[in-house]
Design a protein around this ligand. Structure first.
Ligand SMILES: Nc1ncnc2c1ncn2[C@@H]1O[C@H](COP(=O)(O)OP(=O)(O)OP(=O)(O)O)[C@@H](O)[C@H]1O
Length: 309
């Protein structure tokens, strides 16, 4: 991180809610500038971590640093440089994008009308909404709403942009447009994307982490993670829906129904037995292997590879 003064460092962050749920357990991550994907299933703790980073809630313990800002103890300083797009946000349906963005710019302290016009025009162009700026937000599609959310989050030129599950509900074209926008933004800042969609991370993220039950299961570059699984993923298409019997050291990482049959993927350093064939791994195999604990308790790819040699 020393080489990346604007990067984000998260150390041993834990959070237990009043109802006893341990949403985060000793989470540590290094998030360099670029597009970083935080991938995990429902209830993994992604939103809890995002809200904590956005200073909307306190962790029980841990340390978070963005460049020279101590996020937990210098909340105001962090907020000056943060853009946050929550999982759900309300918009005034009767306002147009231009009106509402102008309003948020005033709230952000941009009092000069000329300056505001320049800033909001640039943001509406960047998010590809300029032509639709006079349309009422109530008539915006899901993707346009999300891009408008990003325009609002970008007011004030944040060094850290947090987007919490932004692609859920977008059609494929809108999803790609939205991810491209995030990728462009990540040229100049840290962009943290939380998602449960593996393809979001596979396509554009330069780094990623997989979180499950409040714990980091893997932190890696997506390509390196896929490469690390070469020769370790095997598949079998079973005639019935029954899972094949396996030795304890072989782990079924996924089982999908396919036209009445079952496509089983197994993580194993050697052939799991007759009926299995090797398969070129992809990021979905990485994801399911991580959830099955195949990358070890620390989720550190380098450690895992060393142990496997
Ligand atoms: N305010 C809260 N009070 C109590 N428990 C909570 C609260 N918020 C979240 N939880 C619980 O903490 C765990 C993590 O939730 P969180 O919303 O952070 O996960 P997530 O990965 O964002 O899930 P999703 O993809 O479903 O949004 C879940 O078990 C959830 O039920």
């Amino acid at each position: 991180m020393e080489n990346h003064p604007a990067g984000l460092t998260i150390r041993n962050v834990s959070k237990r809610y009043a109802n006893g749920v341990q949403a985060l357990h000793q989470v540590s991550l290094r998030v360099p500038p670029g597009l970083y994907g935080l991938l995990g299933p429902n209830g993994a703790g992604k939103s809890t971590l995002m809200r904590t980073l956005a200073t909307l809630q306190e962790p029980d313990e841990g340390h978070i640093q963005l460049g020279d800002i101590d996020v937990i103890h210098q909340k105001e300083a962090l907020r000056q440089t943060l853009g946050y797009l929550p999982q759900e946000f309300g918009l005034y349906p009767k306002a147009s994008a231009a009106e509402l963005l102008d309003y948020f710019a005033v709230l952000k302290g941009l009092t000069s009308r000329t300056e505001r016009q320049a800033v909001t025009e640039a943001l509406l162009r960047q998010t590809n909404l300029w032509d639709k700026r006079h349309q009422k937000l109530g008539g915006y599609s899901g993707g346009m709403r999300q891009r408008f959310g990003v325009a609002v989050a970008l007011l004030g030129n944040p060094r850290l942009l947090i987007v919490d599950e932004p692609t859920a509900g977008l059609d494929p074209a809108e999803r790609v447009r939205f991810l491209n926008l995030l990728s462009e933004l990540s040229d100049t800042s840290v962009v943290l994307l939380s998602t449960h969609i593996v393809a979001d991370v596979a396509e554009l993220c330069t780094n990623m982490a997989i979180i499950d039950q409040g714990q980091i299961r893997l932190e890696a570059e997506p390509l390196a993670a896929v490469t690390s699984l070469r020769g370790r993923i095997w598949r079998q298409l079973t005639a019935t829906a029954a899972l094949p019997p396996l030795a304890p050291e072989h782990r079924i990482i996924s089982a999908k129904r396919l036209s009445g049959r079952l496509l089983v993927h197994v993580h194993s350093p050697v052939s799991p037995g007759p009926g299995f064939e090797p398969v070129a791994p992809d990021l979905e195999d990485v994801y399911f292997s991580a959830l099955a604990g195949c990358f070890g308790p620390t989720g550190d790819l380098a450690q895992t590879q060393k142990a496997a040699r």
